[in-house]
Design a protein around this ligand. Structure first.
Ligand SMILES: Nc1ncnc2c1ncn2[C@@H]1O[C@H](COP(=O)(O)OP(=O)(O)OP(=O)(O)O)[C@@H](O)[C@H]1O
Ligand SMILES: [Mg+2]
Length: 516
């Protein structure tokens, strides 16, 4: 390919910062004279510095010449650290234009990102959905690898083009070929099919089902304590099926987190249902909260707007559980790196499950518990008081009676429960329309005072419970919040004594130990 007059070329691209994209201008300048030198400046990481050989090989194998003079690539603004392989395609396009090999006259209309293979093939990148949200805001078109473009097409109102190789990208940008923008994909196409787990399969366990319904209705954290085989894990896995349908904004927010983690490309995780994450108890702090040299969201953020299920809670490292405390209060995790801070949202409902004691049968009517009081105390002390306090609802689960197991009757289906949950959710949306919090569980102390007024009888009930159970001030607020949700489920404006009484039951874990 012939060289024309060298010039400065600018290609618009993006960098991922948490779940947001920021503009990066890829400037390429080829000098008229001088020895071949290819320099990338603007705080690139090692992967970007290494991209030079990849880009040169892709250029040659696609029929273009590599620059034979000094060429400088500047990734601006220079104060943002650039990571990953997003810039291969923008740099290659910049080189082709700046060396005068082709004039890409449509380039300024696009945000471009993609990794190049040695043959010139364009490989996938993460963050497609995030880039699309950015392109929409910037009123730009988007040029991406195929998989990332498919992911991006969930965003309406932005023209997204998918390219397979460098040649195709150049021909498209010079107007030699025409490409059709990807069709916008409706997120409703991602509704899970009928094989979803359903509450109708759960026999008996009426009080646990009730507690779970309340927890879901108000987004309260719930801890289930019971013997092996009682159905704790079974019920937890069915929780997303009774949660209110996510709004499109919630769906996009959750999917942006998956996109930033590179988990959306294969689409396996793209369901229009709330996420359900169930990390193993051996998980590290970084795995749970997020981390890595290029900050990646952890399980708590992947569960944003959904459920984080901590099965066998007592087996988790105490320090790992403790690290959850602050993010749970804040609804977001901040990861600090030398390159800056990245914030990931993590408004999630925590569902915990554990046995009541090491042998698992404390409180069981049919089997005798073999554990000493000390064994039980030691077992329980693996979860600190403050952590336990964060479970608004703590419920003691009993084994399923044989009559219930053999019963031919189907229990209430998830769809029926969801109707009630949706109703309670609507009341909360109305209540918190001028506040940042959307659900009863996330009320600030001021909001508890405002929305959870109680009469004299309820006040006395609360005082007695506080004294007898030795509850904290946080627990006091939590009882009120749960009572608010119970009242909402009944579409009752006032919190009544029976709402308070039911709510107090869900803080009575201590009684289980002493009542053996
Ligand atoms: N209420 C129930 N209705 C129908 N089946 C049930 C019920 N409870 C348990 N089962 C059956 O028992 C199996 C084991 O239940 P599950 O794994 O939920 O117990 P678990 O309470 O989590 O026990 P563990 O403490 O050992 O983890 C389920 O897969 C299901 O087949
Ligand atoms: Mg289990």
């Amino acid at each position: 390919m012939e060289f024309g007059v060298p010039m400065l070329s600018t290609v618009q691209s993006c960098a991922l910062r948490g779940i947001d994209a920021v503009n990066i201008a890829v400037e390429v300048n080829s000098c008229e004279r001088g020895d071949l030198k290819f320099i990338i400046v603007g705080l690139p990481d090692a992967a970007i510095k290494e991209s030079c050989d990849r880009i040169f090989s892709a250029l040659v194998n696609s029929g273009y010449a590599i620059p034979y003079t000094r060429t400088t690539v500047n990734l601006a603004p220079s104060y943002i650290r650039k990571e990953g392989s997003f810039y291969d395609l923008p740099i290659a396009l910049g080189v082709i234009q700046s060396t005068g090999q082709s004039y890409l006259h449509n380039l300024s209309e696009f945000i471009v990102a993609g990794e190049l293979g040695l043959s010139g093939k364009i490989r996938g990148i993460k963050g497609g959905l995030t880039f699309a949200i950015k392109a929409k805001k910037e009123k730009k078109k988007l040029l991406l690898p195929v998989e990332a473009a498919q992911e991006a097409s969930f965003v309406d109102g932005v023209e997204i083009f998918a390219v397979n190789n460098l040649n195709e990208a150049v021909k498209f940008l010079t107007g030699q070929i025409k490409l059709v923008p990807l069709e916008h994909r409706n997120f409703l196409s991602l509704l899970k099919n009928e094989d979803s787990l359903d509450f109708s399969e759960v026999k008996g366990q009426e009080s646990l089902r009730r507690a779970v319904e309340i927890a879901v209705a108000g987004a309260h954290n719930i801890l289930m304590i019971g013997p092996p085989g009682a159905g704790k894990s079974m019920i937890a896995k069915r929780i997303p099926s009774i949660m209110s349908m996510p709004t499109f904004d919630e769906f996009l927010e959750t999917m942006s987190i998956y996109s930033a983690a590179g988990l959306l490309m294969a689409e396996k995780n793209a369901h229009f249902e709330r996420p359900f994450r169930s990390p193993h108890h051996t998980i590290s702090n970084a795995g749970l909260l997020g981390g890595g040299s290029i900050p990646c969201p952890g399980e708590i953020s992947l569960a944003h707007n959904g459920v984080l299920f901590l099965d066998e809670l007592s087996e988790f490292h105490r320090a790992t559980l403790e690290s959850l405390r602050q993010p749970l209060e804040d609804g977001s995790v901040t990861i600090s790196r030398s390159s800056g801070k990245v914030k990931f949202p993590c408004r999630t409902m925590i569902v915990g499950a554990m046995n009541p004691c090491p042998c698992g049968y404390l409180g069981d009517k049919t089997r005798r518990c073999k554990c000493s009081h000390l064994d039980i105390q030691r077992y329980r002390s693996r979860i600190s008081g403050p952590m336990m306090d964060r479970f608004d609802i703590q419920i003691n689960v009993l084994a399923v009676p044989i009559e219930d197991i053999q019963s031919k009757k189907f229990s209430e289906s998830s769809m029926d429960i969801r109707v009630r949950v949706e109703k309670a959710s609507k009341i909360q949306t109305e209540r918190f329309k001028s506040s940042q919090n959307g659900r009863n569980a996330h009320m600030s102390h001021g909001e508890v005072v405002k929305f959870c007024r109680v009469d004299g009888e309820s006040s006395d009930l609360l005082a007695t419970a506080m004294k007898q159970l030795g509850l904290s001030a946080r627990a006091y607020d939590k009882i009120l919040k749960v009572s608010r949700t119970i009242a909402d489920l009944e579409c009752e404006e006032k919190i009544l004594p029976h709402h308070i009484l039911e709510s107090i039951q869900y803080r009575s874990l201590e009684m289980v130990i002493d009542g053996r």
